[in-house]
Design a protein around this ligand. Structure first.
Ligand code: NAD
Length: 367
């Protein structure tokens, strides 16, 4: 097992088993300097300690950079949810919740990840007996659902900061968005409301492009009624991959990982790439883009709206409060990253990692 122990952690690795339900799970609490470790629970047949450890460490930096009072943690339950009934799944989630009760919510706060959603978080909170033990609960239990669009709203604010940083004028900008799901739809809504033109949008079936701009309400209707953006009439239909090469100032990945590769990187014309999706671009390509003057806002800075929303859920905030805090934190964090990047001439990802590490070190409980 490749676990790297250093001054940051991991602080605790808890492996649990319940013979009655057959539940097997693991929670890794990587670092709690800034607050209880926060990270979702994933249920897959292959999840193991090493995978959970890597994700827990990532959460330490993501939460520190989001500037919320959470450390980093993650959980995994080893089960194939396609081979068990919902009832069995609920029993396993409840057994897992009881098994790690000792560390919640003081050292660990759970949330949904792969194959876990609102319903499972309700089961988790009820089995635990404390609503504060997890986020992602149904709205009736004080949850702040994804459908409010916190992530898209955060990516939008990160984009606005970058536009200002490069001194671009809203009316001269055109944007392409990869993916028209939870992140992509809200992103387009907020951008168009601000008067920024979205000219290209893709989904798994293709890309729709109109250099005069796409109409958000019409595109939503087309997507809902026909299942794809390509059925929007006033535009050119292209393949999904063609979105990358569109003549735009801003390209926003909001669907798949590894979108930008060595094969397609030279076709990109955009000057700003705020990453809505996770891992759409490798660090090496980010470095090349930095040298070429293309500004990449890394995923863990731009798409932190979701984790910030989780924090607002733990303080029992309203949706209005959530939007206010997401805007404030994402704007401040993006700005701090851009200033550090410029000052030291390092790529934004390196600047943001420096900031995250400094925040965690500044609160080192062992010093
Ligand atoms: P989603 O499932 O709601 O939507 C995904 C969209 O991507 C769909 O419109 C789908 O058609 C499209 N898509 C799939 N394959 C494509 C392809 N090859 N080309 C273009 N489009 C394609 O997902 P989401 O919640 O919007 O998440 C998108 C990304 O953002 C994921 O990487 C996710 O991990 C990341 N993310 C999401 C959140 C969140 O709160 N939803 C938070 C952080 C990061």
């Amino acid at each position: 097992m490749k676990i790297k122990y250093d001054k940051f952690g991991p602080e605790k690795i808890i492996q649990v088993y319940d013979p009655k339900t057959g539940m097997r799970g693991v929670t890794v609490i990587h670092n709690t300097n800034l607050g209880p470790g926060k990270g979702g629970i994933r249920m897959t047949p292959t999840v193991d300690v090493e995978e959970v450890y890597r994700l827990a460490e990532t959460m330490t930096w993501k939460n520190a950079l989001a500037d919320i009072p959470f450390g980093g943690a993650k959980s995994g339950i080893i089960a194939d949810d396609k081979k068990i009934s919902q009832e069995e799944k609920d029993e396993i989630v409840a057994a897992f919740s009881k098994a790690i009760k000792e560390v919640t919510p003081e050292l660990y706060i759970a949330g949904p990840d792969m194959n876990m959603a609102e319903h499972e978080m309700e089961i988790f909170a009820n089995a635990n007996g404390d609503k504060k033990s997890c986020t992602g609960k149904p709205a009736e239990m004080g949850g702040l659902p994804h459908e409010l669009g916190s992530t898209g709203f955060g990516v939008y604010h990160s984009t606005l900061v970058a536009i200002e940083h490069l001194g671009l004028k809203h009316e001269e900008i055109s944007v392409a968005i990869e993916g028209f799901g939870n992140v992509g739809t809200f992103l387009m809504k907020f951008l168009t409301e601000k008067g920024i033109k979205v000219v290209g949008v893709s989904d798994s079936k293709g890309t729709i492009y109109n250099k005069e701009g796409l109409d958000y309400d019409k595109l939503m209707k087309v997507k809902e009624e026909s299942g794809s953006v390509i059925n929007y009439e006033e535009g050119e239909k292209l393949e999904s991959k063609d979105l990358l090469a569109l003549d735009v100032e801003i390209l926003i990945p909001a669907a798949i990982p590894d979108l930008i590769t060595n094969e397609n990187k030279d076709s990109i014309k955009a000057k700003i790439i705020p990453c809505g999706s996770n891992l759409p671009i490798s660090e090496e390509i980010e470095e090349e883009f930095h040298k070429k003057g293309i500004l990449v806002i890394p995923d863990f800075v731009a798409n932190a709206g979701g984790v910030i929303s989780s924090y607002v859920e733990t303080i029992e905030g309203t949706p209005e409060k959530m939007f206010e805090i997401v805007e404030e934190k994402i704007t401040a964090n993006t700005l701090e990253m851009l200033e550090r990047s410029k000052e030291k001439n390092i790529k934004p990802r390196d600047a943001s990692m420096e900031i995250a590490k400094e925040r965690v070190e500044a609160r080192d409980k062992n010093v």
